[in-house]
Design a protein around this ligand. Structure first.
Ligand SMILES: Cc1cc2nc3c(=O)[nH]c(=O)nc-3n(C[C@H](O)[C@H](O)[C@H](O)COP(=O)(O)O)c2cc1C
Length: 314
């Protein structure tokens, strides 16, 4: 019995402030069929012996397979593996149908693509409330340094980026010539800096003016032009996996911003439309403030050029 009466949604939201990576953990079931789940509860435990852990929901279909498995493999996903994460987070029967993999230690599937991989022998299984905690001894591991790891924070996928405070715009070298200063002239660096500056000034305004967080703002901004959305169609647009998006939608229903038309479809309410319009005006004003630093024709040109590049990259 719990000593507390926390609101489970609110407690989950508090926990989601801690960013994690995303893994797909795999094994073979009693019939030798591959099973796999998306899990963010992975963590390192010990260097001697080399131990890692993760926890599995007792309600998961694959619980029995993992509880009895002698081996499992932890596939740490890269930032281009959102679809893989969503696939293994589903309750689909054959999650491996579209996955490229081979048999690793004890037959546990190792994915062809990964940021890192740990092949484990089950070391201990502990009770953990509504989860089981699985500890594995790492027997083999490998990693891909060039692959950026996928990040999960506040219920949405993210990529790890250098913190702006770590980026020193002033050159440490007095005699650095302008044309040799590669970083401060590099497009990726410029776009990322701009994104961070803009969102750092916009997000607190959304919260203060309308009590809307960035996840809710992403949903509202999409619904301004399309008032009804199937949750599964919205996941990619707002960078949330379906389980997390459903939580965001539940919060938005509580706030009266959207309503469920069915289990699969949400519709923006008149209150939601009013707030989304107000927030859009705030976002446009923030953008205009920034762009007013450029001559009018160049501001438009900048956006057109960025759109062209995004289209060309496809
Ligand atoms: C980013 C992310 C992290 C997750 N982390 C865990 C986890 O650590 N443990 C867990 O049991 N389920 C986790 N899940 C949910 C499972 O992937 C999901 O319930 C899946 O359907 C379980 O598959 P199964 O029912 O076929 O076993 C996570 C889902 C996502 C999207």
């Amino acid at each position: 019995m719990s000593q507390t009466d926390f609101d489970p949604k609110d407690f989950r939201r508090a926990l989601s402030q801690f960013p994690t990576g995303v893994t797909v953990i795999t094994t073979l079931d009693a019939d030798g069929k591959p099973v796999g789940v998306t899990a963010s509860s992975f963590n390192s435990v010990s260097m001697e012996p080399t131990l890692v852990l993760w926890s599995i929901d007792k309600g998961a279909h694959s619980l029995a397979a993992f509880e009895k498995a002698e081996h499992f493999a932890v596939n740490i996903l890269g930032s281009d593996q959102v679809a893989t994460s969503n696939n293994f987070a589903s309750r689909g029967e054959d999650k491996f149908a579209n996955a490229a993999y081979s048999a690793g230690l004890g037959g546990a599937p190792v994915l062809d693509d990964y940021a890192a991989q740990f092949e484990c022998k089950t070391w201990a299984v502990y009770e953990g409330g509504d989860h089981l905690i699985l500890v594995g001894e790492v027997i083999n591991y490998r990693y891909n340094d060039v692959v950026e790891p996928l990040v999960f924070a506040r219920g949405r996928y993210a990529i790890s980026a250098q913190h702006p405070e770590m980026i020193n715009t002033a050159s440490p070298c007095d005699n650095a010539s302008q044309e040799n200063d590669f970083v401060s002239d590099y497009l990726l660096y410029l776009v990322r800096n701009l994104y961070q500056e803009l969102s750092a000034s916009l997000y607190p305004k959304l919260q203060n003016e309308c009590d809307v967080n960035p996840e809710e703002w992403r949903v509202l901004s999409r619904m301004l032009s399309c008032p009804t959305f199937k949750i599964s169609d919205l996941t990619d647009l707002v960078m949330q996996p379906e389980v997390a998006l459903r939580q965001t939608a539940d919060w938005m229903v509580e706030k009266g911003l959207v309503e469920y038309q069915s289990n699969e479809v949400i519709k923006i309410t008149s209150k939601g439309t009013e707030i989304a319009t107000q927030l859009r005006d705030i976002a446009i004003a923030e953008e205009a403030k920034l762009l007013s630093q450029l001559p009018a024709d160049q501001a438009g040109q900048l956006k057109d050029n960025l759109k062209t590049l995004i289209e060309k990259l496809g």
